[in-house]
Write a protein of this length. Structure first.
Length: 186
């Protein structure tokens, strides 16, 4: 203070980040999905979007409740698919954690598959038989198949990984390491 120095010195120092790593979520990469899952996620996204668009083209509905339910589910499937794809393809994947993202993805995909199946069945039973409604139903069922395949692939991957992990056997080479310590009593 007497020599003109500031009263408070800077207490934080910016951390040096390794090159290539950014703190933002703007880096887009598909490394965490692999080519099959990326294609399947893109297919889910496109099919649910097409189901939603075809449903939106319907001008007159005979039973609007089934149309609105299908609209809600197909739009939700489209938006949630975008969100899941963004989490996988950005740095949010590392920030959230691999296990958390995969667990959330599985439950979301499973719920969307069940809801799309239910909405497609209800809408196929109660509709005006127009070409737009028929196209929406077809895309709804195709999206249901894509979501179901994704869920089955996740289940298979989980159980195949568990079966391939070798169990650690007891150390039979050095039996003395498995014995309790022989400390002399003093």
């Amino acid at each position: 203070m007497e020599n003109g120095a500031p009263v408070y010195a800077e207490t934080t120092v910016p951390a040096n980040e390794p090159p290539g790593k950014r703190a933002s979520c703007s880096v887009f990469t598909a490394v965490h999905l692999g080519p099959r899952r990326l294609l399947l996620k893109a297919l889910e996204l496109v099919l649910s979007f097409l189901a939603f668009i075809c449903e939106e083209v319907v001008a007159v509905c005979t039973s609007c409740s089934s149309l609105y339910f299908f609209e809600f589910v197909s739009c939700s499937a489209f938006l949630v698919s975008i969100l899941v794809l963004l989490v996988y393809c950005t740095s949010l994947y590392e920030k959230t954690g691999k296990e958390n993202v995969q667990k959330l993805d599985f439950y979301v995909i499973l719920a969307l598959a069940v809801l799309l199946l239910l909405a497609s069945i209800v809408f196929s039973i109660i509709n005006g038989k127009t070409s737009a409604e028929t196209a929406a139903i077809v895309f709804g069922f195709l999206a249901t198949i894509a979501f179901t395949v994704d869920a089955v692939m996740m289940i298979r991957k989980k159980y195949v990984v568990k079966k391939e992990k070798p169990e650690i056997a007891a150390n039979t080479v050095n039996q003395t390491e498995n014995q309790p310590l022989n400390n002399p009593q003093v």
